[in-house]
Ligand binder design. Structure first.
Ligand code: IPE
Ligand code: IPE
Ligand code: MG
Length: 249
């Protein structure tokens, strides 16, 4: 684990506390490239990436950010070689088991979003345990997108609304943005104010398609395992220079 400079433990003086994003979402990309640069197997990049995420979560909590959502595994990532997929599933399970006590102690409320029924049963059990154990925590919401696809999420919401219409509980004319949002996996969470993607790719890769409608996007060439507090500080500084207009003038 990399030690952070002491000056970055508290909110840096050049950031405006009143203009922090409430919700930060991250596409944690570049683990494989990080490992390749070091002649290591790709999975070592994933292993290191977990440390980066732990540090970022702590940083968000220290700096007073309400919610952090991290893209851990997409519905498309099943197309990777089986050993890598297996490694990731085992890693998620192990990390959850190892970190749960600390998350409880630190006031982290953990959520998982995605098609969770498609995950290994043993991982589903850890997920349920972690969500239940942290449900009343208040310091920060930590959302992990696993077997997540924005399109699948939208289809899921449509099906769930259609079922309510069929059951006569709602009328098609009742379907509006507020109702639709409630049927998304992220229902109840504010939309991300800031979407960060590491490792330079300029795409959203099926992440939070509905929710990022007005998010500020920040792309850095830094590879995920190297994305430390200083890099996050830079992203927030950039964010605070943006003018959010939401279609107005
Ligand atoms: C992101 O890093 C982690 C996951 C998608 C699970 P990658 O594994 O995509 O790393 P690169 O993009 O190949 O470098
Ligand atoms: C996006 O990264 C998915 C996650 C970070 C979990 P990918 O590496 O899978 O995305 P592409 O393939 O570059 O679009
Ligand atoms: Mg990638």
């Amino acid at each position: 684990m990399t030690l952070q400079p002491h000056s970055l433990i508290e909110l840096p003086a050049d950031l405006d506390r009143d203009r922090l994003p409430r919700h930060v979402a991250v596409i944690m990309d570049g683990n494989g490239r990080w490992a390749k640069q070091r002649n290591l197997p790709r999975v070592m990049g994933h292993q290191r990436g977990v440390e980066t995420l732990k540090n970022l979560l702590r940083c968000c909590k220290d700096w007073g950010i309400e919610a952090l959502t991290a893209y851990a595994f997409s519905t498309e990532n099943w197309g990777r070689p089986l050993p890598e997929v297996d490694f990731l599933m085992t890693l998620f399970e192990r990390v959850l088991r190892q970190e749960l006590a600390e998350m409880v102690a630190e006031g982290v409320q953990i959520h998982f979003v995605g098609d969770l029924a498609g995950l290994p049963k043993s991982l589903q059990a850890e997920i349920e345990r972690a969500m239940a154990a942290t449900a009343n925590n208040q310091k920060i919401k930590f959302v992990v997108a696993t077997n997540y696809g924005g399109r699948r999420e939208i289809i899921h919401a449509c099906r769930s609304i259609a079922a309510q219409v069929k059951a006569g509980l709602i009328d098609p004319a009742d379907i509006d943005e507020v109702l639709f949002e409630r049927h998304l996996y992220t229902g109840g969470l504010p939309d991300p104010d800031l979407l960060i993607r590491t490792s330079g790719e300029m795409r959203v890769s099926n992440f939070l398609l509905w929710q990022v409608a007005y998010s500020e996007i920040y792309v850095t060439k830094t590879l995920w395992p190297d994305f430390d507090r200083a890099a996050f500080h830079e992203a927030l500084r950039d964010y605070q220079q943006r003018q959010r207009r939401f279609g107005r003038v």
